[in-house]
Design a protein around this ligand. Structure first.
Ligand code: ADP
Ligand code: MG
Length: 229
C-alpha cells in the first residue's frame, strides 16, 4: 500500500511536469504560428508560400499534440462536457493515428452498429482511444493483423466502444497488473496509458474491462453513459 501511495505521488509529479512543459511549449508555438501566417499572407513566391503552408500545417499538428498531452496533467478533472457525435470522434482518432498505422502496415477497421451522440469530454475521450489504439498497434506489430473498433448501443442510457486486436494477448498475471501505475513490459513504455484511460472513464461514470487470451488477442470494452449527470 505504501508502494502504491509512492507511485501516486510520482504520478502527480509527472502530471504537473507534463502540464508545465505543455504550457511552456504552447506560448512560443502560438507566436511562431502567428508570424508564419503573416509572412504567408505577404509573400509572393509560390514555392515559399507552399513551404509556409506546410509549416503552418505542422505547427497546427504540434498544437494538437500539446493539447492532447495536457490531458495527462489533470486526468480526473472533467474539463468540458459537451454533446458529441461519437462516430465522428472515433473516425477523427483513427485519422490522427493514420501516419503510424500506415507506417506499421496495420489496418484499423470500424464497425458502427448505430449513430451515437453522448455527453462527454471530447479531448479526454480522444485521449482514451489514442492510448488504446497505441497499445493495440504495438501489440499487433509482429502479426500485422488488423484492429477493430466497434460502437454499439447497449440500452437507452449506455453505449459500448470496443477496441479489439489480434496481437499476442496476455496471460492472467499480466492482466491483473494493467492498471498499476508504471506497469509496463515495453522498453520505452511509461506504464501510464491504461491508468489514464481508467481515470478518464471513471470520471465519466463508465467502466473499462480488458479481456485477453494469451496467443489470441485482446479486447477492451468501454461502457459509457449517453447522458452525463
Ligand atoms: P505502456 O503502453 O506504456 O507499457 P500501458 O498502461 O498502456 O503502458 O500498458 C501497460 C502494459 O499492458 C503494456 O506494457 C503491455 O504489456 C500490456 N498491454 C496493454 N495493452 C495491450 C494489448 N492490447 N495487447 C497486449 N498487451 C497489452
Ligand atoms: Mg500504452
Amino acid at each position: 500500500n505504501e508502494r502504491k501511495i509512492q507511485d501516486m505521488d510520482k504520478l502527480s509529479v509527472i502530471g504537473q511536469l507534463a502540464a508545465g512543459i505543455a504550457h511552456e511549449i504552447r506560448n512560443p508555438l502560438t507566436s511562431i504560428k502567428g508570424f508564419a501566417q503573416i509572412i504567408q499572407e505577404r509573400v509572393d513566391q509560390p514555392d515559399v508560400k507552399t513551404y509556409l503552408i506546410i509549416m503552418l500545417d505542422e505547427l497546427e499538428r504540434m498544437n494538437q499534440i500539446v493539447t492532447e498531452f495536457m490531458v495527462l496533467a489533470k486526468p480526473h478533472e472533467i474539463i468540458d462536457i459537451k454533446k458529441v457525435d461519437v462516430n465522428k470522434l472515433i473516425r477523427s482518432v483513427i485519422q490522427f493515428m493514420e501516419p503510424q498505422s500506415l507506417l506499421k502496415k496495420i489496418r484499423i477497421l470500424t464497425s458502427f452498429e448505430c449513430s451515437i451522440t453522448a455527453f462527454l469530454d471530447e479531448i479526454q475521450l480522444k485521449q482514451v482511444l489514442i492510448n488504446l489504439l497505441q497499445n493495440a498497434m504495438e501489440a499487433s506489430e509482429s502479426t500485422k493483423n488488423c484492429i477493430e473498433i466497434k460502437l454499439k448501443s447497449i440500452d437507452d442510457q449506455h453505449y459500448l466502444i470496443q477496441v479489439k486486436d489480434q496481437g499476442p494477448g496476455m496471460p492472467l498475471e499480466k492482466q491483473n497488473r494493467l492498471f498499476e501505475p508504471f506497469y509496463t513490459t515495453k522498453e520505452n513504455g511509461t506504464g501510464l496509458g491504461l491508468l489514464i484511460c481508467k481515470q478518464i472513464i471513471d470520471a465519466h461514470k463508465g467502466s473499462i474491462d480488458i479481456i485477453s487470451r494469451h496467443g489470441e488477442g485482446t479486447v477492451v470494452n468501454i461502457l459509457l453513459p449517453k447522458v452525463f449527470s
